[in-house]
Design a protein around this ligand. Structure first.
Ligand code: SF4
Length: 381
């Protein structure tokens, strides 16, 4: 039931992705990378679950040093996530098999340097060390130039950004790369990946619904996107992003494999009626950038506490860190992003305040009640 794929094969060390290779399943460590024992434990949990690749994030030299040690103690294929700190690529390259950069984060550092030069630098590192690359575009962090050009058309912006970056890396003679185009809404993921695959059918795609949240809703969102794309021959590797306790992260792999097996066997699940109506909780899967381990419990508590508002068409976003939290809560009606000691509460793009982990739930409830009340007044008037 999976249409043949047309992509060119790429190599991540000894693993082939794309072409007629089996669809690879991967995940990401949710630990602070510099906590070596915990990160190694997380890598092993994911490997035992069957992960083909494990991603870790680096934000600092301490993370790079940790990765050196982690590399020495595991043979897992490692991908490194460079967010704003793309210059760490040269330091981390000897310890990994793949580098992921986000075109929407390249503008943060060295503002006088062009995007072309930054991409050329990253391609040079991959070429020198024989690494694969992922151009990882995300609707929550669209590069300012594309935001300006495309306005509200997020799909147009992320597809164009991905295509342009393909041109940039290929201009350097580099083809050992793939692309991901993610969002928390499966409908946008389907549309954007279909459009990209039409324009660049030879480029392998990494699929994922980011910030899908907690099971079962997070699994349903992911399944909706994968069924539509994979069955049409779009998608060469997948990542299921679920908000789960550290010890349960292997579930991302088992769920991903189960979805692929169902698609292969033609077992499709219909979208539950009214799935897109009512309260939508977006939550990130957590990663090394989480500064307080209470994040996962908080996300679960938010889901529990807000059940009374299930009928209301509202989105609440719960994000684990200050890197992506502020931007990726902008589109939600209410947003929370976690710092080391405080949780920041937002109403759309507006900051409401920062509150202790023990104070945040009643604050969120007060905001939610106010929002529901305002909507009901608007509906009556
Ligand atoms: S929002 Fe922050 S903590 Fe959550 S997955 Fe993204 S980078 Fe990691």
């Amino acid at each position: 039931m999976i249409a043949p794929r047309k992509t060119r094969p790429i190599r991540v060390r000894d693993l082939t992705i794309g072409g007629d290779a089996p669809i690879a399943v991967q995940s990401m460590a949710a630990t602070q990378t510099r906590d070596i024992p915990r990160t190694l434990n997380q890598v092993r949990i994911l490997e035992r679950a069957g992960a083909d690749i494990v991603r870790v994030a680096v934000d600092s030299r301490a993370d790079v040093e940790a990765l050196r040690e982690i590399r020495a103690q595991t043979s897992a294929r490692l991908s490194v996530d460079l967010q704003e700190n793309y210059r760490l690529a040269e330091e981390v390259a000897p310890f990994v098999d793949k580098i992921r950069y986000n075109p929407g984060h390249l503008h943060h550092h060295e503002k006088n340097k062009s995007v072309e030069d930054k991409v050329a630098y990253l391609v040079g590192i991959c070429q020198e060390h024989g690494l694969a690359m992922r151009i990882g575009v995300n609707a929550g962090s669209i590069a300012p130039a594309y935001k300006e050009r495309f306005g509200e058309d997020d799909v147009g912006a992320i597809v164009r950004s991905a295509v342009d970056h393909c041109d940039l890396v290929e201009a350097r003679g580099f083809t050992n790369y793939l692309v991901s185009i993610k969002d928390s809404d499966p409908r946008l993921v389907i549309e954007a990946n279909r459009r990209f695959a039409q324009q660049r059918p030879e480029v392998p795609l990494h699929l994922g619904v980011t910030e899908a949240g907690m099971p079962p809703e997070g699994i349903i969102k992911t399944r909706i996107a994968f069924e539509q794309l994979v069955s049409r021959g779009i998608g060469d590797t997948i990542r299921v992003s679920l908000t789960l306790p550290f010890d349960d992260k292997g579930e991302e792999i088992t769920v991903g494999r189960a979805i692929l097996a169902d698609i292969e066997a033609g077992r499709f699940r219909s979208v539950p009626p009214n799935f897109y109506d009512g309260l939508n909780i977006i939550a990130c899967p957590s990663c090394s950038r989480v500064e307080n381990d209470r994040f996962v419990d908080l996300a679960q508590d938010v889901k529990q506490m807000t059940r009374y508002a299930a009928e209301h068409d509202l989105t609440i976003a719960v994000m684990g860190c200050r890197v992506n939290g502020p931007g990726e809560t902008d589109d939600a009606d209410l947003g929370l992003w976690c710092g080391p000691k405080h949780v920041n509460l937002k109403r759309g793009e507006e900051e409401v305040g920062a509150f202790g982990y023990d104070e945040i739930l009643p604050r969120l409830k007060a905001e939610l009640d106010r929002l529901i009340e305002r909507r009901s007044i608007d509906a009556r008037s």
